[in-house]
Design a protein around this ligand. Structure first.
Ligand code: SAM
Length: 334
């Protein structure tokens, strides 16, 4: 246990002996899964982010919580709590519906990422919720006695300005809203790119860019690292009766090439930490996936350093529009 991070160590200490079947939710570097395997448990693991999934140790059975997996054998849930309260509420509801009545849930996080509303998010589906003492700036929330009766996620919100309904799981970016940067990007795209072709919504979240492009006649693929984003995007497409493909992937899968358009409101976080590195990789990947003359449309916070990367990895780049917070750029593959 010596090399465990404080959150993992506290979750395991709170959970005690791990026998039977353990479900690990949103493991990092496979730490909790490995500990549960070492304790002799049968381990199921659900990671929202595909980059966490590839770190899971051998011997673990991967499940997708958005796909209603069979969790009837699960005795204990070890969970690294997400930052968003809505994501806690969504996952807790699914655990309460799919696990047995005597399941014990142990959700841990750094104290700085916990808010009181997370207790209420758990209480919306579990009858008994309590908090551990804080240890090494970490804390565990325990939940038991599930009582949720029906699934309320993903939630549907009508967005009149797009004439679309968006479906959002609790963990997706801008759940149920149109982000201000996305709005600026979509306005520019609608105005300047009426022509259709093969388009990719890179980092699709709840799928609003993908759905807008599909409604304009583009042949659309949407990708994201997140299972919640995949389920939300597919549902967004279905409720709007739009046809598009959604693929869970880190970046752009190799088979997506010769694209006419890549549109992206890039990520600014990896888990809780701000990080621009993934966006540089996405810009490089877009450069490889576009056909000659194809375009990368990006929206980002004006202070972020993506303009020169777009020049270097895609081609000539112009600022289409900027407001007080965001800039939209269009780079043509050369
Ligand atoms: C700022 S959000 C934008 C979501 C959506 N396109 C919108 O405009 O509302 C960025 C999205 O990129 C996804 N993402 C982060 N890193 C990624 C990667 N390496 N490959 C694919 N998607 C990624 C995140 O999960 C998140 O959904």
């Amino acid at each position: 246990m010596a090399d465990l991070d404080p959150v993992a160590a506290l979750i395991l200490a709170e959970a005690g002996d791990l026998g039977g079947t353990v479900l690990v939710v949103d493991d990092r570097l496979g730490t909790l899964s490995r500990a549960a395997l070492d304790a002799g448990a049968t381990v199921l693991a659900a990671c929202d982010d595909v980059r966490d999934e590839v770190e899971l140790p051998e011997g673990v059975t991967i499940v997708d919580l958005t796909a209603d997996p069979d969790l009837s054998a699960v005795d204990t849930v070890l969970w690294r709590l997400p930052k968003a309260v809505a994501a806690v509420e969504d996952v807790a509801e699914q655990l309460a519906l799919l696990c047995r009545a005597d399941v014990q849930v142990f959700g841990g996080a750094r104290v700085k990422h916990l808010v009181l509303a997370m207790n209420d998010a758990l209480r919306a589906s579990f009858g008994e919720v309590s908090a551990s003492r804080g240890v090494a700036k970490s804390r565990v929330l325990r939940a038991s006695q599930p009582y949720a009766r029906s699934r309320t996620w993903p939630r549907l919100t009508r967005l009149p300005e797009l004439e679309l309904t968006v479906a959002g799981h609790g963990g997706v970016f801008a759940q149920g809203r149109l982000d201000a940067g996305t709005r600026l990007l979509l306005r520019s795209l609608r105005h300047e790119r009426p022509v259709s072709g093969r388009a990719l919504d890179l980092g699709c979240g709840s799928g609003l860019i993908a759905a807008t492009l599909a409604s304009l006649g583009w042949d659309v693929v949407a990708t994201d690292v997140s299972s919640a984003a995949m389920a939300s995007t597919r549902r967004t497409a279905a409720v709007n009766q739009l046809d598009l493909a959604a693929i869970r992937a880190d970046g752009i899968p190799d088979h997506l090439d010769e694209l006419d358009l890549v549109a992206c409101n890039p990520p600014f976080h990896v888990h809780a930490a701000k990080d621009s590195a993934p966006t540089f990789e996405l810009i490089e990947a877009a450069g490889r996936a576009l056909r000659h003359g194809g375009e990368l449309w990006l929206v980002y916070n004006a202070h972020l350093p993506y303009l020169s990367a777009a020049f270097d990895h895609v081609g000539p780049t112009r600022v289409v529009v900027r407001d007080r917070s965001y800039v939209v750029t269009c780079s043509t593959r050369s």
